[in-house]
Design a binder for this molecule. Structure first.
Ligand code: FRU
Length: 523
């Protein structure tokens, strides 16, 4: 998929959809006859009630509420007519979907961010929410590839419930076709607002500064560096304390672009310094760092205004390679688990670690533990089965293993289906194999084996796997490596086992915890 931009294909799709009278009346035009796939509906991951979503937008915390705005087509299950949908949560796990926040006008409302203007720097009121999004305007109705992208602003004085578009939009117009996904945040050291925004095809992030959120001055550009195989989208820039260097802070720049799998979108990050004007990468320009080794982690950005230096990241759990085809109804696509971010100094440099937010720990309905199980002798250690309904779990295992052991977990298991999380000690590779995970028929790009190299240096392997009906998120070695995927198992495939392959070296499950999570009863 050497695409110039996935947008072009999508725009053609949207143009076809827009010509359909049903779409104009706001009616659903695709998959009218699909039946509801309740058993695939994530319970503690956000999905819209119905229809399409892609990127999370405008993430912020204010007054006890986490706000999630999201790229949304309120008329259909395919990309198009982009609006900002809205949901709020008090724990990042249970989301209440609210009415549309920012609606399409002569332009589609593309991705962006939002801040709380505590000191009324923009003049919309104290604590006004101010959102920044890319207005995507098609200039030639006959050709969706002729378009302009500019940065716009909207504000809300009722905690995000209703929004007014700024009457002097755009706030930045470079006259450029591709220029998108503004991330705005407050930079305390220079006491100004900073916007990171991408020139996707040039593989650049531009940084702008502003005192009042309305007038923006270009400060610098970063890139091209790292992986530049496909366009750069959805930047985010923030600082983080370094866990094992007390007092030290580093800056992290996230970019959604090509991930670790050639031709597939994913996420990369840069670690370095930001002086209020310029971002400087610590690593060689040609050395990309990848955030996640699954196919389905994209457009992740962090929340603004969470107190106490806590950085929570939220990503879209899907891939543009098949996002428009995944077999769920009446919604399509959703978000990954919100993750706490940490930074650690390692011999090769600073690296990001991710952990599910700790609120997940309060979700257990029941929990079992097993100690010192020699997996080959036990065969498969059955943890959850169909009767127990093993579709929502948070499982953790610490494995001691011989040099040629092959072991791990199988989830969503039945006689015919399984999703396998497997460590191959001889290869020092962790795999997520979804080739037999259920429905894989909707796209030839879907049946893939994801993997990440993990050398435990003689230590045990620690795996945590969080799964929620159609999402699987693996956190290895305390979140130093993650693999995020979606799967579409049939309703009967709900077995959960730990396994050690027979005929291979010994693998011992030294400690483990299997936490069966409470469904939220979301249909
Ligand atoms: C990334 C992206 C953004 C754009 C939005 C449109 O997935 O292409 O660059 O703003 O989706 O929906």
């Amino acid at each position: 998929m050497k695409i110039k931009s996935h947008l072009l294909g999508l725009l053609t799709l949207a143009a076809v959809a827009a010509c359909n009278p049903a779409a104009k009346e706001g009616k659903q035009i695709s998959q009218l006859t699909d039946s509801i796939t309740v058993h695939l509906r994530p319970q503690f991951h956000f999905t819209p009630r119905k229809f399409w979503t892609n990127d999370p937008n405008g993430l912020l915390y204010h007054d006890g509420e986490f706000h999630l705005f999201f790229q949304h087509n309120p008329f259909d299950k395919v990309w198009g007519h982009m609006h900002w949908g809205h949901a709020v949560s008090r724990d990042l796990l249970h989301w209440e979907e609210l009415p549309i926040a920012i609606a399409e006008d002569t332009a589609m409302i593309f991705s962006g961010s939002a801040v709380v203007d505590k000191n009324n720097t923009a003049g919309f009121g104290e604590n006004a929410f101010v959102a920044f999004y890319t207005a995507h305007r098609i200039l030639d109705p006959k050709n969706p590839d002729v378009y302009l992208q500019t940065q716009h602003m909207a504000y809300s004085t009722d905690k995000g419930r209703t929004w007014t578009k700024y009457d002097k939009n755009p706030v930045i117009d470079l006259g450029k076709k591709d220029f998108r996904d503004p991330k705005v945040f407050w930079h305390e050291e220079s006491k100004k607002w900073i916007m990171a925004v991408n020139l996707p095809n040039e593989h650049k992030t531009q940084f702008y500064g502003s005192a009042n959120l309305k007038n923006w001055e270009l400060l610098s550009e970063f890139g091209p560096e790292g992986n530049v195989a496909i366009p750069w989208e959805c930047p985010d820039l923030f600082s983080l304390p370094v866990e094992n260097e007390p007092g030290k802070q580093k800056w992290v720049l996230l970019i959604s672009a090509e991930g670790p799998y050639p031709g597939f979108q994913g996420m990369q990050y840069f670690i370095g310094e930001f002086d209020g004007k310029r971002f400087k990468n610590d690593n060689p320009a040609n050395k990309p760092l990848y955030l996640d080794y699954g196919r389905d982690y994209f457009a992740a950005v962090t929340f603004n205004h969470i107190p106490n230096d806590r950085r929570v990241l939220l990503g879209w759990i899907s891939n543009w390679a098949y996002a428009n085809q995944v077999p769920t109804h009446p919604w399509r696509n959703g978000m990954a688990i919100p993750r706490m971010l940490y930074l650690r100094k390692e011999p090769e440099g600073y690296r990001l670690l991710q952990q599910p937010v700790e609120m997940v720990n309060d979700m257990a309905k029941s929990s079992t533990r097993h100690l010192n199980i020699e997996l080959q002798r036990a065969g498969e250690l059955v943890v959850g089965n169909q009767d127990k309904g093993g579709d929502l779990y948070d499982i953790e295992g610490t494995f001691e293993f011989a040099n040629d052991a092959v072991f791990g977990f199988k989830i969503f298991k039945s006689d015919t289906e399984e999703t396998v999380i497997r460590y191959d000690a001889a290869r020092r590779m962790l795999y997520l194999d979804r080739s037999k995970s259920g429905d894989v028929s909707f796209s030839p790009k879907f049946t893939v084996l994801d993997s990440v190299a993990i050398d435990t240096n003689g230590e045990n392997l620690k795996l945590r796997v969080l799964f929620d009906r159609n999402t699987v998120e693996v956190f290895a070695q305390d979140g130093r490596y993650t693999i995020s995927n979606v799967v579409f198992p049939s309703e009967k495939s709900r077995g959960v086992v730990a396994f050690g392959e027979k005929g291979k070296g010994l693998a011992k499950l030294v400690t483990s915890s299997f936490r069966d999570l409470k469904p939220e009863i979301k249909k």
